[in-house]
Write a protein that binds this ligand. Structure first.
Ligand SMILES: *[C@@H]1O[C@H](CO)[C@@H](O)[C@H](O)[C@H]1NC(C)=O
Ligand SMILES: *[C@@H]1O[C@H](CO)[C@@H](O)[C@H](O)[C@H]1NC(C)=O
Length: 440
């Protein structure tokens, strides 16, 4: 009897220690697809940043507006929202629970306007990759990792946005590597991390290859891009989406559209039928409509009035209809179970990246891997010229997890499988065992 009590106390303590929050099954990457449990998972979502990106406010903290919007998410029939900016100094339990209760996952950008890479020129790029920036990114990971309905993190959004700033690529890739290492070292599950690219015709394919080449620690878990090439009247072939399936047909990681929805003419949302058909699902895992609220740029599907009431527009109604008419493919959608790393693109006029060497993680940020990032700075301050930048090149493989599985002498790489008990829980479990022993 006492032994039973001791064991149940131990079990309860372990359950609390893992503290997974929410009812939705966490999403994982298998081959070039996402899975929620054994079910193929397709992103069916909208971008959600009421007020726009420039003066960004955290939409998960405005619970009244969120409750109003969640009802609309349900009537649209989506399963994901993308948020570009949150305040990592705040608690998000309530907002994340409202999403979880509605069956909605969050795709979250780990940067904010003032905690980000500065792509202005080579020296601002180098300067902005510093430990103050990474501390904010890692604090965002800490703030959201325990929510089961946290779908993935974006390590950057449209940092490369022209022909001539591909020199940002090694920094984006280094941040992706650091985020993956931080998650593997410090969190209780592996959360997908990848980049959201601008669809720059001259270099988009090179970007896809680059972020999926090299050693495993440096490869993204997925590739996403913002695509406005389907402008009605259009079709799978007229938009060129058929070519974009061909281009990435041997890509070994999930791909999805992190924004879509050209507004040149009336939007009829033929994209939905195409995106969730087997024409595309062997390569693509859905996408995110840009965007929920009407802002100055005119992409929104819901108008927010001064009194806080909202009015869905005709785009909203047509989009809801398109989702309703379009089920996901049955079965696995033709995904590829396994594939290899891509070959790194070579330097050219359109790809100004020498070799494959990445900047080393800034020395002071290595502490976070052992000690945790601590409290997030929120939206105050900024990192562009703060802290100390990276001071050298990284060895390939240096971003592998450094956490050893507890009670084993295996190589640290064992932790990459995510099967071990995180180090930070071992103490709790040990303490609990002690406590149980006292009960005996
Ligand atoms: C890069 O941009 C910074 C910030 O605007 C500026 O101070 C610096 O002179 C620029 N460097 C070069 C080499 O253009
Ligand atoms: C890239 O080109 C744009 C003009 O298209 C220019 O304003 C910008 O300064 C250039 N950036 C770099 C890093 O050369």
């Amino acid at each position: 009897m006492k032994a039973c009590l001791g064991l149940s106390v131990l079990a309860a303590t372990i359950a609390t220690a893992f503290a997974a929050k929410g009812n939705l099954p966490p999403v994982t990457v298998k081959g070039n697809a996402f899975f929620a449990g054994d079910e193929r998972f397709y992103v069916r979502g909208v971008a959600y940043q009421p007020g726009g990106a420039a003066d960004a406010a955290d939409p998960l903290l405005d619970l009244k507006a969120l409750a109003r919007d969640v009802e609309n998410f349900k009537s649209l029939g989506i399963n994901t929202v993308r948020i570009y900016t949150i305040d990592n100094s705040q608690n998000h339990d309530e907002g994340m629970k409202m999403l979880d209760d509605a069956g909605i996952y969050l795709a979250l950008d780990a940067n904010t306007p003032d905690y980000s890479l500065n792509r202005e020129n080579a020296s601002t790029l180098h300067r902005s990759y510093n430990e103050v920036y990474l501390q904010s990114v890692f604090a965002t990971i800490d703030a959201f990792a325990d929510y089961n309905n946290l779908l993935l993190f974006f390590s950057g959004n449209e940092v490369i946005n022209q022909k001539n700033n591909t020199n940002a690529a090694p920094y984006i890739k280094a941040v992706t590597r650091d985020m993956k290492q931080y998650i593997a070292n410090r969190q209780s599950r592996i959360i997908p991390v990848g980049y959201s690219a601008a669809d720059v015709a001259e270099n988009i394919e090179a970007q896809a290859l680059y972020f999926n080449c090299g050693t495993d620690d440096e490869r993204s878990d997925f590739f996403a891009f913002n695509d406005y090439s389907w402008c009605d009247p259009s079709s799978f072939t007229k938009s060129g989406w058929d070519k974009k399936v061909e281009t990435y047909s041997s890509y070994s990681k999930p791909i999805f559209l992190s924004e879509f929805g050209c507004i040149t003419n009336q939007r009829n949302w033929g994209e939905i039928a195409a995106l969730y058909s087997e024409d595309m699902t062997g390569v693509y895992s859905g996408g995110l409509v840009y965007e929920y609220t009407v802002e100055e740029n005119g992409f929104g599907i819901v108008k927010v009035n001064a009194d806080g009431n909202i009015v869905p527009n005709e785009d909203f109604k047509r989009l809801a209809k398109a989702y309703k008419a379009t089920a996901n493919p049955t079965g696995d959608g033709g995904y590829k179970k396994d594939g290899k790393a891509s070959e790194c693109p070579s330097e050219s006029d359109e790809w100004e990246v020498k070799g494959t060497t990445l900047p080393a993680i800034p020395e002071r940020a290595t502490e976070f891997m052992k000690e945790g990032a601590g409290a997030g700075p929120g939206l105050a301050g900024g990192s562009h010229t703060a802290g100390e930048p990276s001071d050298g090149d990284a060895e390939p493989g240096s971003g592998s997890p450094t956490r050893s599985p507890p009670g084993s002498t295996d190589s640290p790489q064992g932790a990459a499988a995510g099967l071990d008990v995180p180090v930070r829980f071992v103490g709790i479990i040990a303490a609990s065992a002690l406590f149980s022993a006292v009960l005996f």
